[in-house]
Design a protein around this ligand. Structure first.
Ligand SMILES: [Zn+2]
Length: 238
């Protein structure tokens, strides 16, 4: 499988306090972050190319955005209206992000992608791939209210994958849960996996839909849209 090479314009915003101090990210880090994200995104033919210089958004209310209340969402949207209609991706670097299930390293929204201070190049690639149509996949699920953790059953990848994307890249006998943990669309990885998560497989992969459930965990196992077959090349922030 091959895909055409596509350059994606990226508009970069760094949030600071209203008095223009305490930038959420050092501007000098941006070229390296984009270069490292591109090492992952090249699997889909994408290259992030920064448009112009870094912009600063100076507003205390935007440093720690949240998705949890209507007022917070309003502010989040206001931050992400700093640019619109760029025809590419808008990246907003902030201090922290709070989602409905707690802190997030990054989040892809209709109006742009936010990256927290603990987010890195993998986070950027992961969120850009959400904007290309891909979903999350988890190798392990937490069952509430007890908080018990259950992993994908101990099977090897070739038994469970309808589209054969192993192709010799992963060693024979590698358990499915470890294969899933290497995928860039796996938000947290799994245990002591030796490789950083970076892989975009060719097709769908069997794994958990969510990080947690209150019901039968097996009902959360399904083929997840995490591969090139479900990935377009036109990530655009409104
Ligand atoms: Zn995700």
């Amino acid at each position: 499988m091959s895909c055409p090479a596509v350059n994606v314009p990226v508009t970069v915003w760094i949030v600071r306090k209203t008095d223009q101090t305490e930038p959420a990210r050092d501007a000098a880090e941006i070229p390296g972050l984009l270069a490292d994200a591109n090492k992952i995104l090249w699997q889909n033919g994408l290259t992030l190319v920064q448009s112009g210089t870094v912009h600063y958004a100076d507003n205390d209310a935007w440093l720690n955005p949240s998705n949890t209340t209507p007022a917070a969402v309003y502010e989040f949207d206001a931050l992400m209206d700093s640019s619109s209609g760029t025809g590419g991706v808008e990246l907003y670097f902030v201090q922290t992000i709070t989602g409905e299930k707690g802190g997030l390293k990054g989040v892809k929204r209709i109006k742009g992608i936010a990256i927290a201070q603990d987010g890195d190049a993998s986070t950027i690639a992961h969120e850009v791939l959400h904007a290309c149509g891909l979903d999350d996949i988890y190798p392990q699920i937490t069952i509430f209210p007890q908080g018990t953790k259950v992993s994908i059953p101990d099977v090897c990848a070739p038994e469970m994958l309808p589209s054969d994307w192993c192709g010799g890249y992963h060693e024979p006998g590698l358990m499915q849960k470890f294969v899933v943990a290497r995928l860039i669309m796996s938000p947290g990885g799994y245990g002591n996996v030796p490789l950083p998560r970076a892989v975009i497989p060719s097709g769908k992969v069997w794994g958990y839909r969510d990080a947690s459930t209150t019901g039968d965990p097996s009902s959360e196992l399904e083929l997840r849209n995490v591969g090139l077959s479900g990935c377009h090349q036109n990530p655009v922030s409104e």
